[in-house]
Design a protein around this ligand. Structure first.
Ligand SMILES: C[C@@H](CNC(=O)c1ccc(S(N)(=O)=O)cc1)Cn1ccc2ccccc21
Ligand SMILES: [Zn+2]
Length: 258
């Protein structure tokens, strides 16, 4: 069909010919490879300031391309400020990308290292734009926090998500998902790399200020195995739902640590 995905016929290498020319022509496409030594320490970068209200989590769903937890973003209940950001960015959703095996699955790559997966917390600039749709078209409209997933000990903070996956195997399945604190998914150290990029899935809008955390979080082998039981569609396991690194095109990457 005409819908994009991650397969041999509709995957990242085909997106430019499926109605998203920016995939090939864009000047600030994501993800990218981050070379830590080339990232410039910027002492003016502020710490990230996260204020998340667990009561704002609403639902968890199999979107057909990922597993996604949606939040109530009609008011400033869960917001991100600080870092390189001007204004208040409202949490709208978080979702994951992962591989068929532990050796790959992340979108961003650090010094040639692929992680088994990557968590994205998606926020939009509610101070400057009146809705997500307007923000997604603006160069400073979105801020996404990326957290690498490393297969190691089981992660208790992921258990509520993992337990809900059993009822979310099929595309477009959805369950209620209340009182979840996204802070629990973050590493203790919030040092980050930041650069200007895009959505990593169509429509690939170049509206994202990326905040890639240096410290990964763990996911258990049994936990990521459950992610790999989800399906893109009937008998089509949801794995390798990641876009590989894109040309840097001379973009500056900054970090808030020495
Ligand atoms: C942007 C798309 C929906 N896609 C995203 O919101 C999105 C967010 C983050 C990433 S990533 N992997 O880079 O973190 C990728 C895609 C269509 N869409 C959905 C609702 C919606 C409302 C208005 C306009 C467009 C809309
Ligand atoms: Zn993502």
């Amino acid at each position: 069909g005409c819908s994009w995905g991650y397969g041999p016929k509709n995957g990242p290498d085909h997106w430019h010919e499926m109605g998203f020319p920016i995939a090939k022509e864009g000047a600030r496409q994501s993800p990218i490879e981050i070379k830590s030594q080339e990232a410039k320490y910027d002492c003016n970068l502020k710490p990230l300031n996260l204020s998340y209200d667990p009561a704002s989590s609403k639902s968890i769903s199999n979107t057909g391309v990922s597993i996604q937890v949606d939040f109530d973003d009609c008011s400033d209940r869960s917001v991100l400020t600080g870092g390189p950001l001007c204004g208040k960015y409202r949490l709208r959703q978080f979702h994951f990308h992962w591989g068929a095996c532990d050796g790959h699955g992340s979108e961003h790559v650090i010094d040639g290292k692929n992680f088994a997966g990557e968590l994205h917390l998606v926020h939009w600039n509610a101070e400057k734009y009146s809705c997500f749709g307007d923000a997604v078209k603006a160069p400073d409209g979105l801020a996404v926090i990326a957290v690498f997933l490393k297969v190691c000990d089981s992660n208790p903070a992921l258990q509520k998500i993992v337990c809900s996956l059993e009822c979310l195997k099929s595309k477009d399945s959805k369950s209620e998902f209340k009182d979840f604190s996204p802070c629990s998914l973050l590493p203790s150290c919030l040092q980050y790399y930041t650069y200007l990029g895009s959505l990593t899935t169509p429509p690939l809008c170049e509206s994202v200020i990326w905040l890639v955390l240096k410290e990964p979080v763990t996911i258990g082998a049994d936990q990521i195995a459950k992610f790999r039981c989800l399906e893109f569609g009937p008998n089509d396991p949801m794995v390798n739902n990641y876009r590989p690194p894109q040309p840097s095109k001379c973009r500056e990457i900054r970090k808030n640590f020495e």
